[in-house]
Ligand binder design. Sequence first.
Ligand code: NDP
Ligand code: X2W
Length: 393
Amino acid sequence: MWTANFSSISFGTGCSGKDGAIITKVNKRKEGKIFVKCAVNTKTQKPDKAVRIGVLGASGYTGSEIVRLLANHPHFGISLMTADRKAGQSIGSVFPHLVSQDLPDMVAIKDADFSDVDAVFCCLPHGTTQEIIKGLPKGLKIVDLSADFRLRDISEYEEWYGQAHRAPDLQKEAVYGLTEILREEIKSARLVANPGCYPTSIQLPLVPLIKANLIQYRNIIIDSKSGVSGAGRGAKEANLYTEISEGIYSYGMTRHRHVPEIEQGLSDAAHSKITISFTPHLMPMNRGMQSTIYVEMAAGVTIEDLYQQLKISYQDEEFVILLERGVVPHTHNVRGSNYNLINVFADRIPGRAIITSVIDNLVKGASGQALQNLNIMLGYPENTGLLYQPLFP
Ligand SMILES: NC(=O)C1=CN([C@@H]2O[C@H](COP(=O)(O)OP(=O)(O)OC[C@H]3O[C@@H](n4cnc5c(N)ncnc54)[C@H](OP(=O)(O)O)[C@@H]3O)[C@@H](O)[C@H]2O)C=CC1
Ligand SMILES: CC(=O)N[C@@H](CCC(=O)OP(=O)(O)O)C(=O)O
């Protein structure tokens, strides 16, 4: 029979425990305590929206995903949204699934007033972002979802993105926002470069294994698959239904622009240069991403060593979950959520291992991780507003 001992329950930040608070989840993993997380009942309590947020590029996929996530954030309220072609429109007219949101209309960036903004999510195409961020008020906290500040070496940016870097001084202060790996650096950052979706799905399982010297640095082969929303909302012939449905194809063969970003993170973990083979594929699905990673284990290392290392590295993490041995991650099981599910399997070929990793490209691969980072930058519990369970089916 179950008996409940409530003497050890403590309430996490954001949950006052007052009348009307709804208990949504009990999490036993943090510091051996039981934390009860709460959502605010809007009928009885006015949420404390202490932080005023600007969403630049709210009319795009990642911007609208930020708007969706913030609807349940107890401390962040949206005071400004920008668009380009859709400037002047309401969020509900551009995205009918957000019609219940009572928010200001989107404006062009040139007309944006930042005096009521404390922090910004920048959800603009790479290439346009450096110039725009350079012009923002200095006191703002910024999480940039584009690739414009991810590569420390600006000559590498110029090589892979085919254009000069327009804000090299800002690049020096940017912190790479792979939350679970660089949390301490993110705490004090003003500008966070949110990782790309492929690099997120790949680095999260690989970095702990590299740091622990459990895998060889050579012959890392990565095969990734993405939903079409990864390409953004802008109309492109290659992304028409007829071109995408009922088939898959690889793209960016041998030279996808995420290669230097992934190699930068893996090389940092190894303290020596790592090069990879990486091939992304476009899948006939809206959301979701799977990376299958083939590695050679270091001499004397077993698959159980890899499993145990990932277990230790992520046992206290909310959003990175190592599945039970033998269970294969499926993109269905992260849809609409900030979770990254991973697992590791012994290859038939002795000495080799196969790692699989799934995320929702728009959440952990973009807007969810961005919110996790801003929570950290502003001193809130990093899961605030992010406890959406995956949609299934
Ligand atoms: N989609 C994904 O899965 C991921 C995307 N990213 C990155 O996030 C950023 C946004 O991506 P995503 O939301 O998919 O892109 P979208 O194409 O869906 O949205 C782009 C947004 O930027 C606005 N915009 C376009 N050009 C300009 C401009 N010159 N000046 C000002 N605003 C402009 C658009 O406005 P309008 O529509 O009104 O013209 C729109 O709001 C990109 O850098 C992308 O690489 C990162 C990780 C994953
Ligand atoms: C399907 C698709 O086209 N995906 C995008 C990656 C999206 C993403 O995470 O990358 P950035 O933030 O670096 O743009 C691509 O391959 O360019």
